[in-house]
Structure formats: C-alpha cells, structure tokens
Design a protein around this ligand. Structure first.
Ligand code: FES
Length: 510
C-alpha cells in the first residue's frame, strides 16, 4: 500500500511531533503501526519516568505533584503502613475485584491499582526504554515493592536520579545495584522516609558508584566484579568453552539444574520466570559455584533479550546462545482479559506487540543520531555509546540494546558522581553504612547530605563521611541536633524532621 498523508513525513519529523505527547498518548499511538510503535518507543521520549504522578492522572514527565497530593499520600500511608506486605502477582481479574468490593476499602484498592500500573511498566515498558531512562521518580508510591524496584533498576543502567521518598522498599530492592553497571551514573538519590533501608543498601550504592582508588581493589574483588559485569557474549563464550558441562556444575547450590530449567520453562510468562530466577539468586547468594551462578545472575538480562525462547540446555550442548535464536511473537497469555480490561488506566502493556520484534526501532535510532529537537533532546544516546553499529542489535531484537549500552558506556561513566543524598528518616542506618560511602575514594561531588532522623549515626561516622566529601556545603548538611560531641555544630544545619510528622526524629518522639 502506498504511504499517504502523515505517513509521508520522515522519522525525524514524526519524532519531533511525538515529543509533545504525554506518556499515555505515546502508548496509544504506539498501536497504530509498526513504524509509529518504533518512533513512540524511542528512548528520547522516555527519559523521565513518574509512575506515581501518572497513576494520579497527571500524565506529564514534569513534576506536577502538589502539596495536597503529597499529604494525601501520607494519609494513605497511615492506612497502609510501610511494613504491610501484599501479593504483587495476585490475580487482578476485574470480576473477582467486583465480588470483593464490599470487603476492600477504597484505599486498599488504590494501592493494588498502583501496583498493577508499576508491574505493567516493568513488564512492557522498561525492557524497551530502560536504557534511556535517566530519572526515575517513585516517591510516595504505595504500590512499589522490592521486586518491582529490582527489575526497574536492572533495566536502567544509565539512571542518574532515583527518588524513593516515603516508600516501603528495603535492601532487597537494591540487589541489582552494581550489576551490569547499574547505578554507576547516579547523581541524585532520595531515600527520605524509607524506614526499611539499612547499611546494606548504602554498601550496594557505594559499590555501584565505582571506585576512585583502584589500588584498594583486591584481586578477589576484581574477579567478583568481572563476573557481575561480564558481557553476555563473554559469558556465552565461557559456556561454549565447556566451563558448564560437567555434571557437578549442573547442580546449582544443591538444586538440580534440569529441575530448575524445567520449572522456568513451566512459568507462564517472562516476569514470573524472572522473579523465579531472582529468588534463586537470593537463595544462592554466597554460593561459590561459579558457572551456574554466573548463568543465574544473567538470567534476568537474558530473559529480556529473548523472553519466549530461552533454552538453558543449549548452553550445555554447545549449540548456540540465547541471542542466536529468533524472536517469537508475544504470548497471548500475557494479554489476558484482565489486562485488556485495565487498558484505559494502565496502557503500558500496549507498547509490546507483534510489531515490536521488528528492527524498526534500531533503524530509527540510527537515522536520528544527529537529530536535535527544539527541546534540545540528546537523542538517541544508544547508537552514540554503541558506536552506531546497527548490526549489534539485529540478531537479538530491540531489547538487547539495554545491555549493549551498559557494556559500551563504561569508559565514559563518571565515578562516584553523586551530588545529592537524602537518608532522612532512615533510622536503621549506622556509622557502618556511612563508612561504605566514605570508602572507595568518598563522594567528592556530594553537595547535599541529609541524615535527619538517623539517630544511630555518631560523630565518628559522620566525621568520616564528611571528610570524604570535599564539595559538601555544610549549609546543606543535616543530622540529629542531639548528637554527642557534635563535630559540625557551628557550621551545619540542624535536623529537618522535627516538623515532619511522618519522619523519625528523636525530638518529635516518633
Ligand atoms: Fe534528633 Fe531529629 S533526629 S533532632
């Protein structure tokens, strides 16, 4: 059929037009055609992600959360305490919901709906645009879980701004930090009100930021780092060289490899498989089995590449790696009736379609490498960091771009470029956590540090961190007013939590 009307416009013009659309509109037009789908899902349209704001009907990438909305979130938080757990993978059939409507409160339903929005984004949006996401704003989310956060961070190797204010996430959600260079580019981290955060999270963030003191890295640590960041091609090469072939290595931490393989095959969709792999990683943490553990650590990444065709047995048969296989169309089970029923509110499943597996997205990025819109976008960062080689993604489909970007951009990644860190209300943080941040060369670019409500932090830990932050402005340094032997009593600002009822503070009694 001959192209007509708007179809005659070049990709550059179409991308410029689409840049004025909000996320919901982009998801809608992505259903029009294969070409529109590729343009709408271009990474330049998805640099800033604000799911919480979008859930409230404000479909903008700019910050439109007003004070009233934040207060509403806090009221909701009182109804829904941070330590409450719920099943994020629960059946979301509308008919079942309607049956239970009398038993569930309106607030609880809102939490579930928000959780479904986030899950939809993790399933269908982040695997496509995650490499381009630089800002992720999840503050005041009540539906955010550790699993969702883990998968989001895994998809965003170029993340610079992470806002998790007043959420219930804990250390588990940060497990992907440091893997595949995730978190290496972070500049702004806001964990205010995350009461479940401990020193472990600070350690993971510090490791993810890299090291300014190479000499401190022991050979053992280097091996460990190489394992976590090894490109997929290298990992596949290891397997093909026979490193995974022995029967002994086919047992993973006491689990039979074939059983694991079969269980993963039986999982109904990619997210379920990815979650299972994630839980296996948790079980195996600390195991010394190199090859199988390497495979497991790469499972989530590989599943994003070829979610329907992963065949783990092929690795041991030395035939071909997952990326050599041909993509299949999207499994219809993922587009079940309940998902379609939520299309109006949660349009993100629409970004995945049969058309999605085309190479049109890659082609678009190649053509637009020098294009600049009136908004001065820095598009398509993807081909810039991958050397503009369109063939690198052709064999694996569009999703592999995430990992190619991650591998290739390492040389350009700034080390420990964090400028803003807020741990206000993180009462479980201790001096040990601050020492992790002070290690590896400290945080030379840090300008703002908020430790209000961190009542376990002492003068020793604070001094160690502040002395490692050469750019820190003491006017932007906040911590407990009642600290014994306060080292910065004259220059630093006081605790900010006294008037914030939702944050821990020794003076407010909370
Ligand atoms: Fe001590 Fe706020 S935590 S004054």
């Amino acid at each position: 059929r001959e192209p007509r009307g708007v179809e005659l416009l070049p990709d550059e013009v179409m991308l410029n037009i689409f840049s004025y659309l909000n996320p919901k509109e982009l998801c809608s037009i992505a259903q029009v055609s294969k070409r529109w789908n590729a343009i709408a899902m271009d990474g330049s349209n998805w640099k800033i992600i604000r799911p919480v704001q979008w859930f409230r009907g404000v479909w903008s990438c700019q910050d439109r959360m007003d004070v009233d909305q934040e207060e509403a979130s806090l009221e909701q938080a009182e109804f829904y305490p941070l330590d409450v757990k719920f099943d994020e993978d629960a059946d979301v059939d509308e008919s079942e919901e309607s049956d239970d409507i009398d038993e569930m409160s309106q607030q609880w339903k809102l939490v579930q709906r928000e959780s479904r929005l986030l899950t939809s984004m993790v399933k269908y949006l982040f695997p496509r645009v995650g490499a381009s996401v630089s800002e992720l704003h999840l503050g005041y989310s009540r539906g955010l879980s550790n699993g969702v956060l883990y998968r989001m961070l895994s998809c965003c190797p170029n993340l610079e701004v992470l806002d998790l204010t007043q959420t219930r996430v804990s250390d588990i959600g940060f497990k992907s930090m440091g893997k595949n260079k995730c978190g290496r580019r972070l500049k702004h981290v806001n964990l205010s009100g995350c009461v479940n955060i401990t020193d472990v999270t600070l350690q993971r963030i510090s490791l993810a930021l890299g090291s300014l003191t190479e000499s401190k890295t022991t050979p053992q640590n280097k091996d460990s780092d190489n394992t976590a960041s090894m490109p997929i091609s290298e990992a596949r090469g290891c397997c093909q060289q026979g490193m995974c072939r022995s029967q002994q290595e086919r047992r993973i931490g006491g689990l039979d490899f074939d059983s694991v393989d079969q269980t993963l095959r039986n999982a109904c969709d990619v997210v379920e498989r990815e979650m299972m792999a994630y839980r296996l990683m948790e079980i195996l943490e600390g195991e010394s089995v190199f090859s199988p553990l390497l495979e497991l650590s790469l499972l989530p990444s590989l599943m994003r590449d070829q979610p329907r065709t992963i065949d783990f047995k092929k690795w041991t048969k030395k035939t071909s790696g997952p990326c050599d296989q041909t993509s299949k169309s999207v499994d219809s089970r993922t587009l079940n009736s309940s998902t379609r029923g939520n299309q109006e509110l949660f349009p993100f499943h629409c970004v995945t379609s049969n058309r999605y597996n085309s190479s049109g997205n890659t082609h678009l990025r190649t053509n637009l490498s020098s294009e600049r819109s009136p908004r001065q976008r820095t598009v398509p960062s993807l081909e810039r960091v991958s050397g503009g080689d369109p063939h690198r993604t052709s064999s694996c489909g569009g999703r592999s771009v995430v990992h190619e970007v991650c591998d290739k951009s390492d040389n350009d990644t700034p080390q420990r470029a964090l400028t803003f860190l807020s741990l206000s209300g993180c009462s479980l943080v201790t001096d040990e956590g601050l020492r992790f941040l002070a290690g590896e060369g400290g945080l030379p670019h840090l300008e703002h540090l908020d430790l209000s409500g961190c009542m376990q932090v002492t003068a020793a830990g604070l001094t160690e961190l502040v002395s490692a932050c050469g750019s820190l402005d003491h006017a932007h340094l906040f911590y407990c007013d009642n600290m014994v032997d306060d080292p910065y009593a004259v220059t630093a600002s006081g605790c900010q939590n006294l008037e914030i009822s939702s944050r821990k503070c020794c003076r407010s009694g909370f």
